[in-house]
Design a protein around this ligand. Structure first.
Ligand code: PXG
Length: 288
């Protein structure tokens, strides 16, 4: 595999950054996870827009235009002969002096890894996922806004560890007020009374690309979409629940905190949305 760093491709064993890169020293940087479906990069412009918003939020000036980053992503896919896969885009603050100040860093690194994606096992798509709420709360937007896709993912990692130690693959995180925020790397939806409901991103989640796509698809299918605050109870008593994310796509959640959700099996609205989503991903996107 060839890895792109600032305009050049390196063999995966030779692709590296300095140990003085603040991305490593302080988690000072940002990233994107993007999917390639049948030669089409899904929502590429939207991902790059989000990357630039994340950069703006952490006062990281990117020396590349959006188009240059888009071209680099497509080139990385071609270089690796990919037509389906996963693109991990990372921007680090770059090499600098020891100390928190980012102002000694003058050369950010743009790293692009184009690889295969690891999915949940098919069995979990067929039967749904069981999830537990963990004690770790989602970062407060007043500390590190969850809208920033930063290299500082310890909040999510701690939550994931807590779930895995208890034998679960994914977890639900609540916000500082105890309302539903999101899962460690996925947004949360419920179906209740035929309506699709998800917490607004202001409740402490990332504005997911898959989330956005699913909301658009639901509206096209005539399903009402509502953004409102949710409690764990709302999920326990929902007709259906599912998670959305670039890696997972759409996966049904059939149990939360030992309570089965709906029939305890993936529901009809979830299935319809997944079908519509799968159909769309092969048709839209930027051709590499
Ligand atoms: N919430 C969080 C905290 C995320 O990190 C999502 C929701 C879903 O957003 P998208 O835009 O993917 O629909 C994410 C996505 C990785 C990786 O390499 C992380 C994500 C996606 C893909 C890969 O760890 N996070």
């Amino acid at each position: 595999m060839k890895v792109y760093i600032n305009g050049k491709f390196y063999d995966e064993n030779e692709a590296c950054v300095s140990v003085f890169d603040h991305g490593l020293l302080y988690g000072d940087g940002i990233f994107e996870g993007i999917r390639l479906y049948k030669g089409n990069v899904f929502k590429l412009e939207s991902h790059i827009d989000r990357l630039f918003r994340s950069a703006h939020a952490i006062l990281l000036e990117l020396p590349w235009s959006k188009q240059e980053v888009i071209d680099a992503v497509c080139e990385s896919c071609r270089e690796n002969g990919l037509s389906d896969g996963y693109i991990r885009l990372v921007v680090t603050r770059g090499k600098g002096k020891l100390g928190l100040s980012p102002f000694s860093c003058h050369d950010p690194r743009l790293i692009i890894i184009a690889d295969q994606v690891q999915l949940y096992a098919q069995e979990l798509y067929d039967n749904g996922l069981k999830v537990i709420t963990v004690p770790t709360r989602r970062n407060s937007p007043a500390a590190l806004p969850p809208m920033v896709k930063s290299l500082n993912y310890l909040n999510n990692i701690m939550a994931k560890i807590e779930a895995q130690k208890l034998g679960y693959q994914e977890c639900l995180l609540l916000n500082q007020e105890g309302y539903v925020a999101e899962c460690s790397g996925d947004n949360v939806f419920i179906v209740s009374g035929g309506k699709l409901i998800t917490p607004p991103v202001s409740q402490g989640s990332l504005g997911g690309m898959t989330r956005e796509a699913v909301m658009d698809l639901a509206r096209e299918l005539g399903i009402e979409v509502i953004e409102k605050q949710l409690t764990r109870y709302d999920i326990w008593v929902a007709d259906e629940c599912f998670l959305t994310g670039t890696a997972a796509k759409i996966i049904s959640l059939v149990e939360l905190d030992f309570r089965s959700i709906g029939t305890g099996k993936p529901g009809p609205v979830t299935k319809r949305l997944l079908e519509a989503f799968n159909e769309m991903t092969t048709k839209v996107g930027v051709k590499i």
